[in-house]
Design a protein around this ligand. Sequence first.
Ligand code: ADP
Length: 378
Amino acid sequence: MSPSERWLGGLQAKLLLSHLLVVAAGLITVFAAAGVTGPRLFERHMAGMGHMRMNGPGMAAMYAAMEAVVAGAFRRALLETLLVGGAAALFTAIVAGVLASQRVAGPIRRLAAASRRIAAGHYAERVAVTGSDEIALLAASFNDMAASLEHAERRRLELIGDVAHELRTPIATLEGYLEGLLDGVVEPSERTWARLHAEAGRLRRLVEDLQELSRAEAHQLSVVVKPVAPQAIVQAAVDRLAADFAAKGLALNVSLAEALPEVQADPDRAVQVLTNLLTNALRYTPAPGRVDVQVSPAGQAVRFSVRDTGIGIAPEHLPHLFERFYRVDKSRSRSLGGTGIGLTIARALVKAMGGRIWAESPGPGQGSTFSFELPAAR
Ligand code: ADP
């Protein structure tokens, strides 16, 4: 028997004992009251019957003897009644005590057993919730805790599977090229080295993104917010990518509303988010096309929108874009250098800065708009 079981056994014993103590206290009181006041009351009633005494020689002595016999009979009858009543009370207390203590200790014992099974890795374990008392409340919150543990465990396993899957493709490509070079099937040309280099770069990006993702999932992204001018965020992101847009033949336009308030943001992280949206717009917009960056006030926040004339997104994909490794077209995204993690990290960063991020698109081939809002600095 484990210590917790022993304790629970103790709890049941204590509850039963408390019932017995109540009965014992009741019995002592009743016995004491009956022993002290019962005979006195009886004697008073007998004395009240004095007027019925008959005079005559020997009558007084006979009456006294009769009184003693009646008093004795009364005491015995009283004692017997109390003993029978006491035994009945004791029996009832034991039955009620056992039932009540089982009702309390039983569910706690089941909770203890379920928590041991969860600790052993059986995350699907749940306990039955009956009634609406405190124990039912405890069982319900235990089940909630078990459900979130199960969810976290499932996500952990999915992540390991996803990571293994994502690493397999670039490693297989690298291996293929190297084998081809060893066998003399692939020419050791500049083009080959460039492809090997690109593949290694993709692997490095993936590992870096994974590192960010694991920090985001553990809520450990370093985000230090302070008032920042939205113009500075846009300028930094656009400067980073302007040359790539020009090289692909895409027009990049920026339109900033007048008198924008400062935003409460981590400048580097805000630039990272906008850069990510612009990189996606660049990646998923074929030339000739255009990308518009718009910044406007939105209530107590400032909205940053990136609209492209690219491949667009079907409505059924929109709710999933921010999930890790979610890609509308896996092979297209991978061949364009995507890791499927960018938007997941962007969402974690925006959330950490107290904002929100979302995607809109009229449909495939009709472009998309990705927007995020950051709270305005007071
Ligand atoms: P990736 O690195 O694959 O681009 P993201 O997390 O950045 O990963 O984006 C997830 C998916 O969302 C992409 O694979 C792509 O299918 C879709 N997506 C993102 N941005 C755009 C866009 N501007 N136009 C169309 N689809 C997009």
